[in-house]
Ligand binder design. Structure first.
Ligand SMILES: Nc1nc2c(ncn2[C@@H]2O[C@H](COP(=O)(O)OP(=O)(O)OP(=O)(O)O)[C@@H](O)[C@H]2O)c(=O)[nH]1
Ligand SMILES: [Mg+2]
Length: 300
């Protein structure tokens, strides 16, 4: 019996901030690669999650949310999101079904309508809404841009996700797999480790602080006893922000470190010694080196 040909392709997950792209990527790949928080603009750089479905290797691209950018970092994030999308074989637009068509989604639809590219619509977070409201929303979206297929999913519960996955596996182009069979992502452990700490910064700090900070892994040392020593720096822009991240008597940084360490130990399946430092770097947002670390070193 002839063996079916292999297929491989890139699938970009795009959408407004907070639509659920990173949650869906983690579910599609089956492990936590991308950080997820209730705050918008969590994801800052595109990230690959690689999964195999039958004879198809699907390379999912999680992208930063697309919104009207103001700061330089924001412009870089949005530019990176579109770049990730336009290079892909297939785009999946995620729309938060509970939120409906907000301003950011409307802008994305306008840009999609200008282009002649296959796009799939995924109405996400269907666990939050009544089924009968979904058809009206799908209709309104389909009037604004052309979609080849519409899926109703919940990245959180997994509802409808298998249908989407099977569809993608069937339509991606024939060709050899681009990554080794066991590769899950393009990001290194030390980058994921920095993201895990940044997730805690997002979850545990309020107001503008998450947006005024970034995290870098500076040292990674594998110990003889199987544990790992990780040193990371949390960069903030002002001394007053440093004081908040540290908290009274260092309480806040301790809590951030404790949660991040737990999460890292689960992810790496070994003991982790995590050391966090907070540094003020007024210009980390504009610093070329920081951009390189964020892999956003593009001219915007
Ligand atoms: N109820 C429900 N919540 C969801 C679902 N998918 C994601 N969420 C929640 O929505 C919030 C945002 O999820 P993310 O996956 O970080 O969204 P995102 O699109 O990657 O956001 P950015 O990276 O900021 O653009 C988190 O609190 C998630 O837990 C879903 O299917 N149902
Ligand atoms: Mg995200």
């Amino acid at each position: 019996m002839p063996i079916a040909p292999t297929r491989c392709g890139y699938v970009a997950l795009i959408g407004a901030p907070n639509a659920g792209k990173s949650t869906l990527l983690n579910r599609l790949v089956g492990c936590k690669l991308a950080i997820v928080t209730p705050k918008p603009q969590t994801t800052r750089t595109p990230l690959l999650g690689i999964a195999i479905e039958d004879r198809t290797q699907i390379v999912y691209v999680d992208t930063p949310g697309i919104f009207s950018p103001r700061r330089r970092l924001d412009r870089a994030m949005v530019a990176a999101a579109w770049l990730g999308a336009e290079d892909a074989d297939q785009m999946v637009l995620l729309v938060d079904a509970a939120r409906g068509i907000d301003r950011d989604t409307r802008r994305i639809l306008e840009r999609l309508a200008e282009r002649d590219r296959d796009t799939i619509l995924a109405l996400n977070k269907i666990d939050l809404v009544r089924r009968d409201s979904l058809l009206g929303l799908a209709d309104a979206l389909s009037r604004a841009a052309h979609f080849d297929r519409v899926f109703m999913i919940s990245g959180r519960t997994g509802d409808g996700v298998d249908d989407l996955r099977r569809h993608l596996a069937a339509i991606l182009p024939q060709g050899p797999w681009l990554f080794p069979e066991d590769q899950l992502s393009d990001v290194h452990e030390r980058q994921i480790a920095a993201e895990i700490t940044r997730e805690q910064v997002f979850l545990q700090l309020r107001d503008e602080l998450p947006y005024a900070s970034t995290v870098e892994t500076e040292r990674w040392e594998d110990k003889k006893d199987g544990s790992v020593r990780i040193e990371q720096v949390i960069y903030v822009q002002r001394p007053s922000q440093r004081a908040i991240v540290l908290g009274e008597g260092g309480e806040r940084i301790k809590a951030i470190g404790a949660r991040a360490r737990n999460e890292l130990e689960r992810m790496l399946d070994r003991r982790v010694h995590l050391f966090l430092f907070v540094k003020v770097s007024e210009n980390w947002l504009d610093d070329r080196e920081r951009y390189a670390a964020l892999r956003l070193d593009c001219d915007v």
